[in-house]
Design a protein around this ligand. Structure first.
Ligand code: NAD
Length: 364
């Protein structure tokens, strides 16, 4: 099957139902709404792998104590331009907002700031954090690692040594934020999951077997998948590959060094005590105020350069050149109007999670 069955749900319906799930699971009303809003932001921008598909997993993690409701960041060290903060394994949507707002406040006052965040619950779509800084008129750069979720082999190797470690760079420009935000793996794990369900295959070479053979076979990541719907990336013997050979692999490596080692948080690697738990994100974020560099006209200059790039001759007849952030902006407009398409299996799993708390399927 090339296109697994999808069902399109209006944004408000998803918003109400998922907020109710997190509230029923034990989050305060504000936090339930915050988590939902960030998950929806991923779907709205087209990054379904980081959207509401995560609801069952988040609720499971919460039940197991891998992620905690109602947490505040602890400030470990602090100067006017930097802070090291610990997320206490709170929901990444709450911890992320607190850490980013601290960075924004410092950069507004001092012209620039660096925040090292460790032990956060899943931070979701990192573009949300670039957008938050952009709304405050700041440039931002984010390096993220993922402890507890090794999936990716380093260049030249076949054993997993890091996760899909994302990088985000955001710059406010007139006409819309310029936003680069991607995982350093060739494809996101979610895409292998879709392929394993009969959806669009991943490109050849997105995965590597233990003997070094390049492949697109999801069993490399999940082990035998016939006759079961359960997909557990811990069961496969192979790995995802980083994009861009040594370059993407090098970026993923540096995410571990910058986000993991500098924050004193865990890097990828064996979990102390060998016990499997949820993942923890660490994030090193740099915030820059263009005004502090005397560049009051930055947003116009960035808009002009983006226009010059868009104006490049298209590589295919009728094609167009986009700048980072543009596909997301277009998708958001389309999905706000037309709803969010979900794989039937994804929607069924969300409904099932709601049922566990006595919530019946929404009718509107
Ligand atoms: P992707 O491969 O879709 O790349 C997205 C980026 O490429 C965006 O900046 C987009 O604007 C740009 N882009 C896409 N098409 C373009 C085009 N035609 N022209 C110009 N620019 C274009 O992203 P991905 O690697 O699948 O990552 C998906 C999401 O997963 C990201 O939001 C990332 O932050 C998130 N993520 C989070 C974690 C975590 O641990 N929290 C881990 C991995 C990924």
């Amino acid at each position: 099957m090339d296109h697994p069955q999808t069902t399109t749900i209006p944004v408000e319906t998803l918003e109400r139902f998922i907020t109710a799930i997190f509230a029923a699971a034990g989050c305060g009303a504000e936090e339930a709404a915050r988590i939902t809003s960030h998950l929806l932001s991923a779907n709205l921008t087209g990054h379904d792998s980081h959207g509401v598909i995560r609801v069952p997993r988040y609720v499971f993690w919460m039940g197991e104590g891998f992620v905690r409701a109602g947490q505040q960041i602890s400030v470990i060290s602090d100067t006017p331009t930097h802070a090291l903060v610990d997320g206490n394994l709170g929901f990444g949507q709450s911890i992320g907002e607190q850490a980013v707002d601290l960075g924004i406040a410092k950069a507004k006052a001092a012209g620039l700031s660096v925040i090292a965040l460790r032990n956060s619950g899943h931070l979701g779509r990192i573009g949300d954090w670039g957008e938050r800084a952009g709304e405050a008129g700041l440039l931002s750069i984010h390096f993220v690692n993922v402890a507890g979720g090794e999936l990716v082999a380093p260049f030249g190797g076949t054993s997993r040594r890091f996760s899909t470690n994302p990088i985000c760079i955001a710059a406010p420009a007139e006409g819309g934020l310029l936003l680069l935000d991607f995982a350093t793996s060739l494809v996101a794990e979610g895409k292998v999951l879709v392929a394993s369900n009969g959806g669009k295959p991943v490109p050849h070479g997105a995965l590597i077997d233990p003997d070094g053979t390049l492949t697109s076979d999801p069993r490399t990541l999940y082990g035998p998948i016939e006759g079961t719907h359960v997909r557990d990336a811990a069961q496969g013997a192979g790995a995802l590959r980083a994009f861009g050979e040594h370059k993407g692999s090098g970026l993923a490596f540096m995410c571990e060094i910058l986000a993991g080692c500098l924050s004193g948080g865990p890097t990828s690697g064996p979990i102390p005590g060998g016990k499997r738990r949820g993942i923890a994100n660490a994030m090193l974020s740099i915030y820059l105020s263009p005004g502090a560099f005397g560049q009051e006209g930055f947003a116009q200059a960035a808009r002009d350069y983006a226009a010059y790039v868009r104006d490049a001759h298209p590589a295919t007849p009728g094609g167009e050149v986009l700048v980072p952030g543009e596909p997301e902006r277009r998708m958001r407009e389309a999905r706000l109007a037309g709803g969010i398409p979900l794989q039937a299996e994804t929607w069924a799993a969300i409904l099932e999670t709601g049922q566990k708390f006595g919530l019946s399927a929404p009718t509107s």
